[in-house]
Design a binder for this molecule. Structure first.
Ligand code: NAD
Length: 487
């Protein structure tokens, strides 16, 4: 299966053209060439999709959860069978290697299996009561129609994280595809149709955020919104849904610290730091973008780190380490931020430029970039770049490391490299984020591990794992009084 010429909406279990009859170009980030036309949806498409979700809700929410889980399991089996096909789509849309895309699809499949298994563990709680002859329990109920808004950087995993738990819990959903990765969600929808997901349970709308995302989240029939993307959009969504108190999960950005102590295994720390900083060209919310190194080992670590950075290969072959930036606009924004920091006297050790040799010129590729001598208060220290740019900070001791790690509005993930259990424990206790790692990378998660951040990184919900079920379902408290005298 090749990539289609058009990425359309998916409503009532079929591909449909947008009401506007307008399209925009999807550019391949690795070649700079148009690869498809994408439906430019608007509120009329949202209306159709939400109506379809409304019609399907009663039937789907009343379907036994084990039956819903069986449909998920059949879908996952098919996705696994056709993983090469999905990986090709992911690689083309996002400008990464097939190897990396296959890794991502593997994660999506595991996520699917996890939630399919949860169908048989969809349990509540039995509570005690101070009243005699009263049985009290908590049971889960579906919420209603949900809007799922997914990011572009890991499109297959991004869809899986939201779609599987949302459907398991008995909701019907309208997924707003990311404009940079429009076809992945349609591919999922086709698989779900093949395995018998009823019409209207899953719809997909394509288009731009303000034209189709905004009317979707503003729709009063949409009971919950699960969003992964930028802080700015997350804030707009919270405002747009505030008056009706919709349930909203925001998973936003990161500016994740990677602390290297003077007792760390420096060789290992440098190798892991390179992976964590440049994974997916730094387009990962959990990428390490602030490397905080003890003064005593700073020069030694820097040498090891830069040695490894110099060996990184950029491109979309399976021998390359990372691929393209998603768009020309994003690439220009990252380059501008780096130039700004250099004007403010940052030191550049490596990179800083677009790759313009024959193999890369047409696409949106950037050299791995390492900066030093940047103030923690500088704009580039505070802003999430979502690119292959990392800053090294030299600090005196553990206290300063913890202070600097916490000195960010984002608090998503963080790692510390040390041989000391005491330092590790103190860091776990005092670094105030959603995810803390010891002697590992800042990125990487598993389907049963709830992920998310605090501060500007998120509003407190966690996905995936069983904690995600608390977002995609509501707890209902039930009490039953009985009368023993009538037995
Ligand atoms: P973005 O906010 O620009 O776009 C995300 C989606 O929101 C797109 O589909 C867009 O069309 C839509 N959108 C835009 N305006 C909207 C509106 N007014 N109403 C509704 N929808 C609207 O985000 P992005 O830059 O494409 O994604 C990258 C960001 O995602 C980074 O900040 C990254 O850190 C974050 N991210 C976070 C996680 C996490 O789990 N915390 C994971 C991956 C990515």
């Amino acid at each position: 299966m090749g990539y289609p010429k058009r990425a359309l909406n998916w409503i009532d279990n079929k591909e449909v053209k947008p009401a506007s009859r307008k399209f925009f170009a999807k550019i391949n980030p690795a070649t700079g060439k148009e690869m498809a036309q994408v439906a430019r949806g608007d509120k009329r498409d949202v209306e159709k999709a939400v109506k379809s979700a409304e019609r399907a809700y009663e039937g789907w929410s009343q379907t036994l959860v084990i039956k819903r889980a069986e449909i998920l399991r059949e879908a996952v089996l098919k996705i696994r069978e056709r993983k090469e096909e999905l990986a090709e789509i992911v690689a083309l849309e996002s400008g990464k290697s097939k190897k990396d895309a296959l890794g991502e699809v593997g994660a999506a499949v595991e996520c699917g299996f996890f939630f399919a298994g949860e169908g048989r563990r969809y349990s509540g709680e039995v509570l005690t009561s101070a009243v005699s002859n009263r049985h009290v329990e908590l049971i889960r109920q579906s919420i209603g129609i949900g809007a799922l808004i997914t990011p572009f950087n890991n499109p297959a995993a991004g869809v899986a994280w939201k779609l599987f738990p949302a459907l398991l819990c008995g909701n019907t959903v309208v997924l707003k595809s990311h404009e940079y990765t429009p076809y992945v969600a349609i591919w999922y929808a086709k698989i779900f149709k093949e395995v018998g997901l009823p019409t209207g349970v899953l719809s997909v709308v394509q288009g731009l955020g303000r034209e189709v995302g905004a009317p979707l989240v503003e729709d009063p029939r949409v009971a919950f919104v699960s969003f992964t993307g930028s802080v700015k959009t997350g804030q707009l969504i919270i405002k747009a849904t505030a008056s009706r108190l919709a349930k909203v999960s925001i998973e936003a950005g990161g500016k994740n610290p990677f602390v290297v102590c003077d007792d760390a295994d420096l060789e290992k720390a440098a190798a892991i730091a390179v992976q964590a900083a440049f994974v997916d060209a730094g387009q990962r919310c959990a990428a390490a973008s602030r490397i905080i190194v003890f003064d005593k080992v700073y020069e030694k670590f820097k040498k090891l780190f830069l040695g490894k950075v110099a060996k990184l290969k950029v491109g979309t072959s399976d021998n390359d380490d990372f691929g393209a930036i998603i768009s020309e606009k994003r690439l220009q924004e990252i380059l501008k931020s780096v130039r700004g920091a250099l004007k403010r006297k940052a030191a550049l050790f490596s990179g800083g430029n677009r790759l313009i040799d024959d193999a890369h010129r047409a696409g949106y590729f950037m050299e791995p970039t390492v900066l030093e001598r940047v103030s923690p208060k500088d704009e580039i220290s505070c802003k999430e770049l979502f690119g292959p740019v990392v800053i090294l900070y030299r600090i005196k001791n553990f206290e300063e490391a913890v202070r600097l790690a916490n000195d960010s509005d984002f608090k998503l993930t963080g790692a510390i490299h040390t041989q000391s259990i005491h330092r590790a424990q103190e860091f776990i206790r005092r670094y105030n984020a959603g995810v803390v790692r010891v002697n590992g990378p800042t990125h990487g998660s598993e389907p049963h591990m709830p992920f998310g951040g605090v501060g500007l990184s998120g509003n407190g919900w966690r996905e995936p794992g069983t904690k995600a079920l608390d977002f995609y379902s509501e707890w209902k408290q039930v009490s039953i009084d009985h009368d023993p005298s009538t037995v």
